[in-house]
Design a protein around this ligand. Structure first.
Ligand SMILES: C[S@@+](CC[C@H](N)C(=O)[O-])C[C@H]1O[C@@H](n2cnc3c(N)ncnc32)[C@H](O)[C@@H]1O
Length: 291
């Protein structure tokens, strides 16, 4: 099924473009950088551990798991009342009940500028209203969402805690924020505060430990020399090319590349495996993933 949130770096496009990247068999599915959970909703696994450091995001999933009908009713209320004034009133509300916070989160996600999630220094969501007006989507099926989440453990935690819980035969899909070493463009500087190069190294080390326990692993990351060097002794590295819309003046549409790294043989055969040549051609030395 489709994710119900729009999320920066969301992998909806990946499962639409090349869905055959997951192994046919695995025990528990672990997704330590959950965001909009595009891969979880595509796979619909029987058992899963899902986590993210965004506490409000995890609360949103928890509320749907426990009381999806209440969340849906409130979302319908927001749809009926949607306006500029309503958006800013809801954005400013400090709520306590889980289902009210969840409806607030989904409403703001669907109507804010570009579906962005950004907080100020006090931890308050501060994205302005966008142009989208659909609060209820034709793809919404909160009953099914709740059913899928019923067999999921949802955790508000750092990725390492989740990865360290994976056992032999489990599957980890890791889609971290993209940061690279030695790169000074604005996007990376901004993201460095969220996910530093030290975090990238910590992620790789946690995945190596999981690999040694017999866990199946799939990682996405920036198509950049530093990531290639970091994962040069780990599994197979593939290049994903996609047409994407880049926002900003005169940028229009362009091709972007990302790496897909796996420690198992991918079922699909039609993506290019990177021939490890160091240093890489110029295209992997500059990373520009401006959202
Ligand atoms: C690229 S997004 C994941 C997108 C997701 N695959 C999807 O389909 O929407 C990365 C996520 O990592 C989360 N994150 C950032 N730092 C983290 C950390 N140290 N541990 C766990 N999650 C983290 C962010 O909150 C964000 O939701």
């Amino acid at each position: 099924m489709q994710p119900f949130l729009k999320w920066a770096g969301g992998k909806r496009w990946l499962v639409q473009q090349i869905p055959q990247i997951f192994p046919f068999e695995y025990n528990t599915y672990l997704e330590p950088f959950l965001g909009s959970a595009a891969c979880f909703f595509y796979l619909e696994p029987e058992r899963s551990i899902l986590s993210d450091t965004n506490g409000k995001l995890i609360e949103t999933y928890l509320a749907l798991k426990k009381s999806h009908a209440k969340v849906h009713d409130l979302l319908k209320y927001h749809a009926r009342n949607h306006s500029e004034a309503h958006y800013y009133k809801v954005r400013a509300q400090k709520l306590n009940a889980l289902h009210t916070k969840s409806a607030q989160f989904i409403y703001l996600n669907r109507t804010c500028y570009n579906g962005l999630y950004r907080e100020n220094k006090k931890g308050i969501f501060n994205v302005p209203k966008g142009t989208k007006t659909s609060v209820i989507l034709s793809t919404d099926d909160f009953n099914k969402t709740a059913g899928l989440l019923k067999h999921s453990e949802l955790c508000h935690c750092d990725f390492e805690d989740t990865i360290d819980r994976a056992n032999e035969g489990d599957l980890i899909f890791a889609d971290p924020p993209y940061t690279t070493a030695h790169n000074l463009n604005g996007f990376v500087k901004y993201n460095q505060n969220i996910f530093s190069w030290k975090d990238q190294e910590r992620l790789k080390e946690a995945l190596v430990r999981a690999d040694m326990r017999g866990v199946k692993i799939l990682v996405t990351n920036a198509a950049h020399q530093s990531i290639l060097e970091l994962y040069s002794d780990f599994g197979n590295i593939f290049v994903l090319n996609r047409r994407s819309v880049i926002s900003g003046l005169n940028k229009g549409r362009s091709d972007t590349s990302e790496f897909l790294i796996s420690n198992y043989k991918l079922p699909c055969t039609d993506i290019e495996e990177l021939k490890l040549k160091m240093p890489l051609s110029k295209e992997y030395q500059n990373f520009d993933a401006s959202p």
